[in-house]
Design a protein around this ligand. Structure first.
Ligand SMILES: Nc1ncnc2c1ncn2[C@@H]1O[C@H](COP(=O)(O)OP(=O)(O)OP(=O)(O)O)[C@@H](O)[C@H]1O
Length: 246
């Protein structure tokens, strides 16, 4: 990837980009998040771990404003976003890659790639995207239906990078993918981090995120029950495995 592919913001590295405090979220009558507290600093890759139904996806959706209702505080780059509409939140530079990937089956790779509007200057150029994910260049005119799971995941990430988002929410990016593709996604995440992007990655297993994340939060029953740094991971692996039931 060329150096200018994703321009790091000028503000100091290590400053807080996202601070979630006392977040509660509801789908209709269903109260799914119960006081989530999470902080992400500039340039970090932060993993959200937890079993099925722990509230990881709901946390990402709350950051984007995509849950029915949310209370508490979600400050992004100094802006309180808890009451903002999803399109306003996206324009601040937050990009969401959902678990289901959302590739349009009837559109080809190029059309899918060009679909989202550019929301912020400094997004990745198409040549740089092809350097990051060469598979996409080879499949440029293949329809969405013909793509493998790995190609769909790469396209879903690429589409968000082109939009100029520099804070990326990745929901279970490796789900159902072969080990060799998981390695490619991991390498891409590391390169994006080197370019200055900040990311939250949701996963159910520690295997993938232990190779990419700086810090880990563990969720259970709609709130954060544990947190650790990458340096603390090895000493706490047994505890993590118990949380995750693996
Ligand atoms: N649209 C919805 N309507 C009602 N309840 C929901 C909805 N989406 C999720 N939930 C509930 O919210 C809780 C948290 O789900 P969430 O998807 O955030 O968990 P998760 O940790 O991401 O798990 P998964 O890996 O299964 O996505 C669960 O009890 C789930 O059943």
């Amino acid at each position: 990837m060329a150096e200018a592919a994703v321009k790091p913001q000028s503000s100091a590295a290590g400053a807080t980009r996202l601070k979630i405090e006392g977040l509660n979220a509801y789908y209709g009558e269903s109260h799914v998040l119960h006081g989530v507290d999470i902080e992400v600093k500039r340039g970090e890759v932060v993993a959200l771990l937890g079993r099925n139904g722990a509230g990881k996806t709901s946390t990402l959706r709350s950051v984007m404003g995509l849950v029915g209702r949310r209370t508490g505080s979600i400050v992004f780059d100094g802006v309180e976003t808890a009451k903002l509409a999803p399109h306003r939140i996206a324009r601040l530079g937050i990009g969401y890659v959902p678990e289901e990937r959302g590739i349009f089956a009837s559109l080809n790779v190029h059309e899918n790639l060009m679909l989202p509007p550019v929301i912020k200057p400094g997004g990745m150029s198409v040549p740089d995207i092809f350097t990051l994910f060469p598979n996409l260049k080879e499949r440029l005119y293949s329809p969405g239906t013909k793509l493998s799971g790995g190609e769909q995941q790469m396209l879903a990430i690429a589409r968000i990078l082109r939009s100029g988002a520099d804070f990326i929410l990745l929901d279970e990016p490796t789900e159902g993918l072969a080990p060799v593709i998981v390695q490619q996604i991991g390498a891409a995440v590391r390169r994006l981090k080197e370019s200055g992007l900040t990311m939250i990655v949701v996963e159910q297993s520690i295997h993938f995120v232990s190779t990419i994340a700086d810090r880990f939060y563990v969720m259970e029953d709609g709130h954060v029950v544990d947190a650790m740094t990458a340096a603390e991971l090895a000493a706490n692996r047994d505890r993590l495995v118990t949380y995750l039931g693996v």
